[in-house]
Design a protein around this ligand. Structure first.
Ligand SMILES: NC(=O)c1ccc[n+]([C@@H]2O[C@H](COP(=O)([O-])OP(=O)(O)OC[C@H]3O[C@@H](n4cnc5c(N)ncnc54)[C@H](O)[C@@H]3O)[C@@H](O)[C@H]2O)c1
Length: 246
């Protein structure tokens, strides 16, 4: 059975990706900050292996990969954080942490996993980016730069590791009703206002992202490498449709 290693897979989009992966016959291992927070998912999916730790810590990632005892076939670099604040109100510490988790750690985890995949000669890496890295907005601060940076690094990974048998792509969720955004949409009025600007006229779901990730990981996507798959109902391409015509 193929093995998927999902960072930040305890809840939100990563947890849904774990559910879909298990349903499609993948072995799944998760690395996330807290076993306690992951316990409901681990109870739901008893075969899933869990490693507690922070993706920004090299020794934690290496220990988890060593403990796996086999090289993952799929890495989903999904762990991410966002802290809304205008740029001038963002502390140095918050800025650094946001870049560290969303960009630096994602690249470092990819490098550690890729080294093992390269020895085998095959593997697939999917970095979770964001529409916020494509079409930025005030208050998203370091997250926008980190996600756009991760999309760029995805292209570089494909160029360096593609010839060695790997496929590396990213998936950019748009406005999603799950995960870190769930509390925003508790208010149906906010959802209504926001979906008015989305060509598909709805928010994304956790399943939309899980489906995209697992399709990209499948053989059906065998010739896709270095691509950012935007899963946003058309939002980021709809700028001109939001400009009044008269
Ligand atoms: N939900 C959205 O609207 C949305 C939109 C665009 C992109 N994304 C991206 O999707 C991914 C998943 O986000 P989500 O919405 O499910 O968020 P979430 O907050 O529900 O889940 C993120 C998970 O990452 C884990 N995590 C955070 N920092 C970590 C660290 N240092 N080490 C290990 N694990 C860590 C958290 O514990 C959590 O389980 C993120 O990369 C996020 O940036 C989400």
């Amino acid at each position: 059975m193929a093995l998927a290693f999902i960072t930040g897979g305890s809840k939100g989009l990563g947890a849904e990706t774990a559910r879909h992966a298990v349903a499609k016959g993948w072995d799944v291992a998760i690395l996330d900050l807290s076993r306690e927070a992951a316990q409901p998912l681990l109870d739901e999916l008893p075969g899933v292996r869990f490693f507690e730790g922070d993706v920004t810590r090299e020794e934690t990632v290496v220990a988890a990969l060593d403990a796996l005892g086999e090289t993952p076939d799929l890495l989903v670099n999904n762990a991410g954080i966002l802290k809304f604040a205008l740029l001038q109100d963002t502390s140095f510490e918050d800025f650094a942490r946001i870049v560290n988790v969303n960009l630096t750690a994602a690249v470092n985890v990819a490098r550690l996993v890729a080294a093992r995949m390269i020895s085998r000669g095959s593997g697939c890496i999917i970095n979770i980016t964001s529409s916020a890295g494509i079409a930025t907005s005030p208050g998203v601060n370091a997250y926008a730069g980190a996600k756009r940076g991760l999309a760029a690094m995805t292209e570089m990974m494909a160029q360096e590791w593609g010839p060695l048998g790997l496929r590396i792509n990213s998936v950019a969720p748009g406005m999603n009703r799950g995960g870190m955004s769930a509390q925003v949409y508790v208010d149906p009025a906010i959802e209504k206002r926001r979906t008015a600007g989305v060509p598909s006229r709805r928010l994304g779901t956790e399943a939309d992202i899980a489906n995209a990730v697992l399709w990209l990981a499948s053989d059906e996507a065998a010739y896709i490498n270095g691509h950012e798959l935007v899963v946003d109902g058309g939002l980021t391409k709809a700028t001109m449709s939001m400009i009044p015509r008269d």
